[in-house]
Design a protein around this ligand. Structure first.
Ligand code: SF4
Length: 220
């Protein structure tokens, strides 16, 4: 006899698959101190993400803030495997409150780009940090790398194209290092302010980004 699921069985599957994307109303949870910038990762515009509806990887049309995963995994950092529970249950974000794995229609309704929480919602627009974030984006936009990946060999030699991409990814790392040294901001918060390191974020654009030939510039 098959049983139709109508309530959460606390199996933990959704929390182990990844933390929720954040929406406008989740900003209130940050103000209340439920979580902070060091718990958030930004997937920047242009980063490849899996589109559930289309079943394929696509560049993000706008940035996406999510709760971070635990080291080396996608499992939400607030998931407690021992109790199979959420450590911030009373203050869990909108997507977690909306998700019913037996009926995803309510979740699909709120998954619009218009309601996404953005970095500009977290950082005062006239602040030094906002200026640095804009500067970083101007130099290290995913779209810059994507354009170079798609550049025809008739326009630019393969060797020059790859050298330019490595330059941009190294700039990103040096930028983060300088920011960390000057401000003392926790490493984890850099993922919120500047996204994932560019050399990681470009994975998926070209098999070369997973090769030893590319990674040796960034992983010591
Ligand atoms: S915030 Fe809580 S409910 Fe949401 S994915 Fe993380 S552990 Fe699960």
């Amino acid at each position: 006899m098959s049983v139709t699921k109508r309530s959460c069985l606390r199996c933990g599957t959704c929390c182990r698959k990844g933390g929720p994307g954040l929406h406008g109303e989740d900003a209130g949870l940050i103000e209340q101190g439920v979580f902070s910038s060091k718990d958030i990762v930004c997937f920047r515009k242009g980063e490849l993400a899996y589109n559930q509806a289309k079943g394929r990887l696509e560049p993000l049309s706008c940035e996406l803030l999510k709760l971070q995963g635990k080291k080396g995994t996608w499992e939400c950092l607030f998931y407690d495997p021992g109790s199979k529970g959420c450590r911030i249950y009373a203050g869990r974000p909108l997507e977690c409150r909306t998700l019913m794995c037996w009926d995803t229609r309510p979740l699909e309704k709120i998954m619009t780009d218009d309601d996404r929480l953005q970095r500009r919602d977290l950082v005062p627009q006239n602040s030094g940090l906002a200026a640095l974030m804009a500067d970083h984006e101007a130099h290290c936009a995913l779209e810059r790398v994507a354009r170079l990946v798609g550049t025809n060999q008739d326009v630019m030699e393969e060797r020059d194209r790859r050298a330019k991409i490595i330059d941009i990814c190294l700039y990103d790392l040096h930028f983060r290092e300088a920011f960390r040294e000057k401000t003392g901001v926790a490493d984890a918060a850099l993922y919120c302010y500047f996204g994932r390191p560019l050399f990681r974020a470009v994975r998926g654009y070209d098999p070369w980004f997973e090769s030893e030939d590319f990674l040796r510039y960034f992983v010591k």
